[in-house]
Design a protein. Structure first.
Length: 479
């Protein structure tokens, strides 16, 4: 035992720890410290530093900052509430033995680590503590597994986003946000857009609130939108165990479609589904009037423009966007537009099935994405199987509609074209792009030596309408 300096009373360091603090108020460690101080008074020790590890297990391999600081402080003696608060595994005990000090416990007596007999007793006590911890962990794991198989919620942690404190009752505002987020991903929007949407609405995850975070992270959004919890599935260690007791927020087809999109390795490998959504109206849609290639958004001398790779055109984005939007909306309000399309649908004509073909291709990509995600370990076998079934059912439904449909982008069945026009400014960008591409062919013209301020919108942009018969096309030229 290390002798106190100057022959005075022993200056003891107190160590307190609790594995789980569900309230975060540190009441458990406070009670331990109080009893340790009483023990120091009875033993005639002066109290030195107090080291605390609140809400930290001593058996799961996590670093205990308080414990590490205690060892580094080279104490004259250590006082704890119980020896299993200080050490529960042999490797930690050996580090305490290396200090060469005695350990006094308010509830377990004195461990004299200065003698072989005392160290043997300490090692035996610690071995039994390790055994007890392992047995408890096995019992708890078995109980958790049984609860998972029964579909019961795991209620020990912080409540999940979308559900109440019982982990089962739906929170309407949060559930609506989950559904909207899934719809945004299916519409081609990004995780960042969903995160901004949820954060802007003041709907933070309970875990983020507990951690003091002020915004959603992309990882947090993805975790929510890919969790089987939201289709009423209970999981255990990442594996779906079966139906849960709580109600679903998303339907199976929507959930697995989102999982396929967000789990696809192509999102991060430069493939066709990279996860980068278009941030401008005409990128990849409008054509260069010289080379015929699609244009992309870029900057030129402080101005946001559209241009092809060979920079034949540098059309101001605001000019091109306004021109394309006006032409699109003008096409929609023509009396022949919707009746003509619906007539083709009612008559069983072939129509333009481009969007259904695209949806079929998208569903097939999602099926491939699920297989790749399983191979990469991103989802489990049960998730892949269930997701594949849901996507195949959706694929069959879409393929059955390919005959005699128009390819018209989705419309609200109540408000129709009028509602779309009225709400155009608030329509998500991917939907706006879909309508522009469906209704128009936008061509951006070169300046040919002219300064932009001397050019009219018609000099910059030429628009032709889609889906017209020959006579209508003649009327629509040069819009």
């Amino acid at each position: 035992m290390r002798k106190p300096k100057g022959g005075g009373p022993v200056r003891a360091s107190i160590y307190v720890r609790i594995s789980k603090d569900l309230t975060g108020e540190e009441l458990g460690v406070a009670r331990q410290e109080e009893e340790c101080r009483e023990l120091c008074a009875r033993l005639g020790f002066d109290v030195g530093e107090v080291f605390s590890d609140n809400d930290i297990s001593a058996t799961k391999g996590k670093v205990r900052p308080g414990f590490e600081a205690l060892l580094a402080s080279r104490p004259e003696a250590v006082v704890c509430w119980h020896t299993d608060r200080l050490v529960r595994v042999t490797k930690d005990l050996e580090r305490v033995i290396a200090l060469g000090v005695n350990v006094h416990a308010a509830r377990a007596g004195h461990l004299d680590l200065s003698t072989p007999a005392g160290r043997a007793v300490a090692r035996t006590v610690t071995a039994w503590a390790t055994y007890e911890g392992e047995q408890k962990a096995e019992r708890q794991a078995l109980a958790n597994l049984q609860a998972a198989k029964a579909g019961k919620p795991y209620t020990a942690g912080i409540r999940p986003f979308g559900y109440g404190e019982d982990h089962a009752t739906i929170v309407p505002a949060e559930a609506a946000a989950v559904r909207e987020g899934a719809s945004m991903i299916l519409a081609g929007e990004s995780l960042s857009a969903v995160a901004r949407k949820w954060t802007g609405a003041g709907l933070l995850s309970p875990r983020s609130v507990a951690a003091g975070a002020k915004a959603w992270t992309l990882r947090g959004v993805k975790k929510v939108l890919t969790s089987p919890r939201y289709i009423g599935q209970r999981t255990y260690r990442g594996e779906v165990m079966g139906e849960a007791e709580w109600p679903a927020i998303l339907d199976d087809a929507t959930h697995y479609a989102v999982v396929a999109i967000l789990s696809s390795p192509d999102r991060f490998s430069g493939g066709p589904r990279t996860g980068r959504t278009a941030t401008t109206l005409l990128s990849g849609i409008a054509l260069c009037g010289v080379c015929g290639e699609t244009v992309s958004g870029r900057g030129h001398r402080g101005t946001k423009v559209y241009g092809c790779r060979q920079t034949h055109t540098r059309t101001p984005r605001d000019v091109a966007n306004r021109r394309a939007e006006k032409a699109t909306l003008a096409r929609m309000v023509r009396p022949d537009f919707l009746p003509a399309v619906l007539a083709m649908h009612a008559g069983g004509g072939d129509g333009d099935t481009a969007h259904l073909h695209a949806e079929v291709e998208s569903l097939r990509e999602r099926l491939d994405g699920l297989a790749l995600a399983y191979a990469e370990g991103a989802i489990s076998l049960s998730q892949m199987t269930a997701g594949s079934e849901a996507l195949r059912a959706k694929l069959e439904d879409v393929e059955s509609k390919l005959t005699g449909v128009t390819g018209l982008p989705p419309l609200d069945p109540v408000t129709g074209i009028a509602g779309l026009i009225e709400g155009w400014a608030d329509t998500p960008l991917p939907v706006q792009r879909s309508w522009v591409q469906f209704c128009t062919v936008v061509t951006l013209m070169p300046a040919n030596g002219r300064h932009a301020r001397n050019m009219t919108p018609d000099d910059h942009v030429s628009v032709d309408w889609h889906h017209l018969d020959t006579s209508e096309e003649e009327d629509g030229e040069g819009l």
